[in-house]
Write a protein that binds this ligand. Structure first.
Ligand SMILES: [Fe+2]
Length: 327
């Protein structure tokens, strides 16, 4: 959809250049849909059984952000990017011009798009879809009270489930971060936001998106490190972490604030070693804005502040022969 340049809204489309506008959805295999239902429902997502899959939505939004299928191990199966409908023929020509072989999509998944094996052999789709990335920065809330009132409310711990509003981004593992940057820039049309050497990199969409809609961490193969879900405040992040811990999902990392992307975070470890992130106040890169991409030193790459990193935070369990949580 092309936006209208009025008030605080900006035109949503960067005309001329070719690039996807959104990470539309992803498909991941997990060893147990029953465990997945428990984890993601408690995390605050709208989890529905559809045939022999689970779909992940956010409450109040009918978009399917992810589909989970059951299989032997947790494994990223495919990434699907959304593009403007009239860019789809351009993408087809572009991909064929790069010598990329287009293939049929997996059976059972409806598609109007083009399919191919992408970076690290990850099955990838570019399809015509509504823009799900935001057209302006999502502003967090901070609620304070006047002097003489108790800001924490009840004065005792009250568990509250937090309901994220959208999938913000995914961070995937790759064999080669530099190659991944080049691939996603030249093939998919993303732009580099920031990176830390060849260890991690973060990319945004050219039609206006968060600081990153896709990010990479160096590993010995592909995998899904984390999916990140936007919530409204730092308080929501802390309460979400507490709620998940109460449900038995105590392992994770946070609360903290990232240096790259600036978002506040808490990561909850899923039953198979990956993470789901509560995130808020991530930097936003408007359409047409030339972001000053920086190379961050190793010590600045993860967080401005936060607790000690879990030993397995960047471990790619998908590449392990046998699954056993470290630490
Ligand atoms: Fe993240």
């Amino acid at each position: 959809m092309t936006g209208i340049a009025t008030g605080s809204f900006i035109e949503a489309r960067n005309t001329g250049e070719l690039g996807v506008h959104s990470l539309d959805t992803f498909v991941m295999q997990v060893p147990s849909l029953k465990q997945a239902q428990e984890f993601y429902s408690n995390f605050g997502l709208d989890v529905r059984e559809v045939g022999d899959t689970l779909t992940l939505r956010t409450f109040g939004n009918d978009h399917v952000w992810a589909t989970l299928i059951e299989g032997q191990k947790r494994q990223l199966k495919y990434l699907s990017f959304g593009a403007f409908a009239d860019d789809l023929p351009r993408f087809k020509t572009h991909l064929e011009g790069l010598g990329i072989k287009l293939i049929d999509g997996p059976p059972g998944f409806e598609s109007n798009g083009v399919w191919f094996y992408g970076q690290d052999g990850v099955l990838t789709e570019i399809k015509a879809a509504p823009k799900t990335t935001l057209d302006a920065k999502a502003m967090p809330s901070f609620v304070s009270v006047p002097a003489g009132q108790r800001g924490s409310g009840l004065g005792h711990i009250e568990l509250k489930q937090i309901l994220p509003t959208r999938l913000a981004h995914c961070l995937i593992f790759t064999n080669d971060v530099t190659q991944a940057i080049n691939y996603y820039q030249n093939v998919i049309g993303l732009r580099l936001s920031d990176h830390s050497g060849g260890n991690v990199a973060f990319m945004h969409g050219i039609h206006g998106s968060d600081h990153h809609l896709l990010a990479f961490a160096r590993s010995n193969g592909p995998g899904m490190h984390h999916c990140s879900w936007d919530v409204g405040s730092v308080d929501d992040i802390g309460r979400g972490a507490l709620y998940m811990a109460d449900k038995g999902f105590k392992r994770g990392w946070g609360v903290g604030r990232h240096t790259i992307g600036s978002n506040y975070f808490h990561y909850v470890q899923d039953p198979w070693g990956g993470f789901s992130e509560y995130s808020c106040d991530i930097d936003y890169i408007p359409k047409g804005h030339l972001w000053d991409a920086r190379d961050f030193a190793d010590e600045d790459a993860l967080a401005m502040w936060g607790p000690t990193l879990p030993v397995d935070f960047v471990h790619n369990y998908e590449m392990d022969e046998e699954f056993r949580l470290i630490g």
